[in-house]
Ligand binder design. Structure first.
Ligand SMILES: Cc1cc2nc3c(=O)[nH]c(=O)nc-3n(C[C@H](O)[C@H](O)[C@H](O)COP(=O)(O)OP(=O)(O)OC[C@H]3O[C@@H](n4cnc5c(N)ncnc54)[C@H](O)[C@@H]3O)c2cc1C
Length: 509
């Protein structure tokens, strides 16, 4: 069975094989750092020496140029080394996409080789005490002073706080209400550790991330040169959004390697655990559980690499990145819970890596935009897509004496645009969709005419109590339907009646 996908390039396939070997050689060392709750500096240095931090960095800036797909391949494997995976991930997120897309050539030459070499770690700083899901509501301010910016404020929940040298931050550069409304009040900056006034405030004791520092940082009149501004002043929201698709994808991919380790563990364990004189892998419930985990592992992996390919092809897979992030973290939670159940009491101990996945999953469901926020993105962006907004009108079909989905013209098309005919159109719709309103465009599609003519007729019919309208926030008519009086005026009662062929006439009244 090949674990490589056919669309991967040869260098991507090669790095997959190489990083797997690297991870397996260093597995034990990673576990030692996990148990001693020590940041795995020596292991991070080894990863850096291999050049893996440069997976997504173009060759001209010292990277491996393996794109989003290559970054996912490396993240998925390094995720098996626990803290190393997280550090690898945030270090790339702290500038790679943002500098590549918005940086000047000089900025690219300054920071991309540093990201690629992994000599310095990076941290991504969006969240603040009062700005979480509402990431645009940043309070950290940046005020221009000659050729410099002065930063004031706090960021929190920053992964890699303290151990990182580079902090990619978003600060407010305008309080103008009109500018804020257009999301033009945010600007992106790179801040290096060691600048006067820049300090570490707190390290969080967390449910997971056992040996990865995560904490608060403080900017007290921190001066940085204008050179450290990434993108135009006020363009920070776009810089942030461009980084987020990549961030969500990599944050999702980092779980895939762990899923495979858990599957291995479950096969190993259940072939050796005997209860009721049978190995537990013979119990159908255990087999079902492992099958479910394998299914989720494969689906999440496939979806992540599909999304990575879209990114590599230059697309903006906003919905796909949110889906990848959401399903991988939800699957991680399900897999963690199921694996613990299959392992029994042993699964609850830290000796086996199942409980770790569960704790990591809970973090995953909150970081990089909570899964509720991902659902919001998936809904809102999909609702705008033409793909999901194709016409789907039901029309009455005399042959089958029922409403069926049809692209045929309405029977009312071409009639004069009078109150009487418009009322007929709206009332006829009751026969087809008794519980639905029509949009003004539905009515227009059926009978023709201009929007303004129709609006006037709607208002007149409403005044006479023959239709009701549903208006949007601006007061514009968004939906219409006939009232009881309207239905009576448009057609006789029999027009709306419908009975199946088997229904006894004697029972009709
Ligand atoms: C371990 C860890 C590592 C992190 N690493 C980083 C990092 O490196 N850099 C960084 O900048 N941040 C980081 N974060 C912060 C993380 O991105 C935020 O915690 C996350 O975006 C949620 O913000 P919040 O915690 O303020 O929750 P809130 O925004 O206060 O949300 C609380 C609840 O309200 C819900 N909610 C909020 N708004 C809506 C809405 N409009 N509709 C429906 N529900 C809503 C949320 O889904 C959630 O359930 C990290 C967090 C953790 C725990």
């Amino acid at each position: 069975m090949s674990e490589e996908f056919f669309w991967w390039t040869d260098p991507q396939k090669a790095i997959y094989k190489e990083v797997r070997v690297f991870v397996e050689e260093n597995f034990e060392e990673a576990e030692e750092y996990f148990w001693s709750t020590k940041f795995p500096w020596p292991l991070v240095k080894k990863v850096a020496k291999k050049g893996y931090f440069g997976a997504g960095v173009p060759k001209e800036y010292g990277g491996l140029e393996l794109g989003a797909t290559g970054s996912c391949i490396v993240a998925a494997q390094l995720g098996r080394l626990y803290a190393v995976g997280h550090v690898f991930t945030v270090s790339m997120l702290a500038g790679l996409e943002q500098v590549l897309r918005f940086g000047t050539e000089e900025q690219k030459k300054t920071w991309l080789p540093k990201i690629a070499s992994g000599e310095e770690l990076g941290a991504l700083c969006i969240t603040e005490p009062f700005a979480g899901s509402d990431a645009a509501n940043v309070f950290t301010s940046a005020i221009k002073d000659g050729d410099e910016w002065i930063l004031n404020g706090k960021k929190r929940f920053i992964t890699g706080a303290g151990v990182s040298d580079r902090y990619f931050i978003y600060a407010k550069t305008s309080d103008d209400k009109a500018i804020r409304k257009q999301y033009g009040h945010i600007t992106a900056f790179m801040v290096e550790k060691g600048r006067p006034g820049f300090s570490l405030e707190k390290i969080n004791p967390l449910i997971g991330f056992d040996n990865v520092p995560n904490g608060y940082i403080d900017f007290d009149h921190v001066r940085i040169p204008d050179f450290n501004r990434i993108g135009a002043v006020g363009n920070g929201w776009n810089v942030m959004m461009s980084g987020l698709n990549f961030e969500r994808l990599i944050g999702a991919a980092v779980f895939s390697g762990l899923f495979e380790d858990v599957i291995n563990l479950l096969f190993h364990f259940t072939k050796r655990r005997v209860q009721f004189n049978r190995t537990t892998n013979q119990f159908p419930g255990i087999q079902d559980g492992i099958a479910e985990i394998i299914t989720k592992s494969k689906v999440s992996r496939l979806y992540s690499y599909h999304c990575a390919k879209l990114l590599d092809d230059g697309k903006e897979p906003m919905v796909e990145a949110s889906i990848a992030k959401m399903i991988n973290t939800e699957y991680a939670r399900d897999i963690g819970l199921k694996a613990i159940q299959i392992l029994g009491g042993d699964g609850l101990t830290k000796f086996l890596p199942a409980e770790r996945i569960l704790r990591e999953a809970k973090i995953g469901e909150i970081v990089a935009g909570t899964n509720e926020v991902q659902k919001m993105i998936i809904y809102r962006f999909s609702a705008m897509l033409p793909f999901y907004n194709k016409p789907m009108r039901l029309r009455w079909n005399d042959k089958v004496n029922a409403p069926i989905i049809s692209s045929k013209e309405s029977q009312f098309k071409g009639l004069d645009l009078t109150e009487e005919n418009v009322l007929k159109v709206i009332s006829h719709d009751y026969k087809i969709n008794p519980g639905l309103y029509m949009t003004p465009d539905d009515v227009r599609e059926d009978i023709g005419g201009s929007r303004s003519e129709l609006r006037k007729i709607f208002e007149q019919l409403e005044e006479q109590g023959l239709i009701v309208t549903h208006r949007d926030r601006s007061g514009k008519i968004a939906l219409v339907k006939s009232t009881y009086e309207g239905l009576q005026k448009a057609f006789p009662k029999e027009y709306y009646q419908w009975f199946p062929a088997w229904y006894d006439n004697a029972d009709k009244f």
